[in-house]
Design a protein around this ligand. Structure first.
Ligand SMILES: Cc1cc2nc3c(=O)[nH]c(=O)nc-3n(C[C@H](O)[C@H](O)[C@H](O)COP(=O)(O)OP(=O)(O)OC[C@H]3O[C@@H](n4cnc5c(N)ncnc54)[C@H](O)[C@@H]3O)c2cc1C
Length: 361
């Protein structure tokens, strides 16, 4: 039987493995992290009916997915820096963008896989194609595998991508700083009231700063402070010193409503720096037999609320293509790539529109 190895147990890699498993096709996922619990998987994702949900359906997990949907979270609000509500869009359960916790979705996928499908603690260090056309993967722990089919689902800084393309992610001209307020219903009721039932955005275009907030399970408020600044602008901030960083970042929102500033100043975690990157618009490659990419590895774009959705979509498309032609997986990969490349132009162009300073490599 053809060996299929998937690098990366994010949403793309797991959804692909699960879709294959639905069709009785075994695969192995190699993940850098030590376990499923190694890193917090915070964040809410709205999973769209036109892309992400196709991937969930291909993985035959729609019922489990529905059970994770957080009610009321499709509400959204635009707020001015002084706290005035500019636009208030109520929840629409038929809106086609149900919200789930990323960690819970990942767990759903993990639990749906045959035991032993994910090999944890295997960080891919290098890959190469052997003379016989198979592919060798060397891991940081010294282990090594040789595989017939190699699929890079290893995100922004993919180690599989260099087999196919020289492209590297470029800075998008914007960074985010992530914070959390836990139990906001009792500890920060005024901030929760301003955020509303789902998500909230506030932006000062002139200053190039903003706040994006999501109301997660248990009324956790998960915020991203946004800064349209070059990377070196952040050099002076010591992100290892949580309280000092919270003070520094909060001070940048001087004059903003106190309920909004509290999202940063009172953060329950040390603020986390998240610079944003994207691959060239329309990233593509010459086909290499037995290798391909899914998700961010294929089309990393600065966030526009679609990346995880397209990652799930890719997984469903590739998984179904392989299931249709298990006797000729390379032809299935070609079919998948033929549809992926034009899609990459469209999706990356849409994402880049949100980032005027993004000049892809
Ligand atoms: C701040 C922010 C907010 C976002 N918000 C949204 C949103 O609201 N909606 C949305 O749809 N998208 C959103 N995105 C985009 C979304 O997070 C990504 O598009 C999505 O996670 C891509 O999934 P993936 O499985 O391809 O990659 P990843 O989620 O990056 O998963 C890759 C996996 O591979 C593993 N890995 C990496 N390197 C190696 C290696 N060398 N060896 C082995 N394993 C490796 C990683 O540990 C990880 O488990 C956001 C992104 C950011 C940065």
């Amino acid at each position: 039987m053809t060996q299929i190895s998937i690098i990366g147990a994010g949403l793309a890699g797991l959804a692909l493995a699960r879709t294959l498993a639905v069709h009785g096709i075994p695969s192995t996922v190699y993940e850098a992290e030590a376990s499923a619990q190694a890193r917090g998987q915070g964040g809410m994702l709205d999973i769209h009916d036109y892309n992400g949900q196709h991937g969930i359906r291909a993985a035959d997990l729609m019922d489990g997915f529905q059970s994770l949907v957080l009610e009321g979270r499709q509400a959204s609000r635009d707020v001015a820096p002084d706290g005035t509500v500019l636009a208030d869009r109520p929840d629409d359960p038929a809106g086609g963008r149900p919200e789930v916790q990323r960690g819970e979705l990942r767990q759903l996928l993990l639990e749906a896989l045959p035991a032993g499908s994910v090999v944890w603690g295997h960080k891919t260090q290098s890959v190469r194609t052997l003379q016989d056309g198979r592919h060798e993967v060397t891991f940081a722990n010294g282990a090594r595998i040789v595989t017939d089919v190699l699929i890079g689902a290893d995100g922004a800084w993919s180690k599989v991508r260099p087999l196919l393309s020289d492209a590297t992610p470029a800075y998008a001209g914007r960074s985010m700083v992530e914070t959390y307020l836990y139990e906001s219903d009792t500890r920060h009721p005024a901030t929760l009231a301003l955020v509303g039932g789902g998500s909230m955005t506030a932006y000062d275009e002139t200053a190039g700063i903003g706040l994006g907030v999501q109301r997660e399970r248990a009324d956790t408020l998960h915020s991203y402070a946004m800064f349209d600044q070059p990377l070196d602008w952040f050099d002076g901030i010591d992100f290892n010193d949580g309280p000092a960083t919270a003070r520094t970042i909060a001070a940048m929102f001087k004059g903003w409503a106190p309920e909004l500033v509290a999202l940063i100043a009172d953060s329950d975690i040390p603020p986390v720096f998240r610079p944003l990157y994207g691959l060239p618009i329309g990233h593509r490659w010459e086909h290499v037999p037995g290798v391909t990419l899914v998700g961010d590895a294929a089309h990393l774009a600065p966030p526009d609320g679609e990346g995880a959705n397209w990652a799930l979509f890719d997984a469903g498309q590739l998984g179904n293509a392989i299931a249709e032609r298990p006797e000729d997986i390379d032809a299935a990969i070609r079919d998948y790539e033929a549809a992926l490349f034009p899609r990459n132009i469209e999706t990356a162009t849409a994402a880049a529109a949100f980032y005027p300073d993004f000049t892809p490599n």
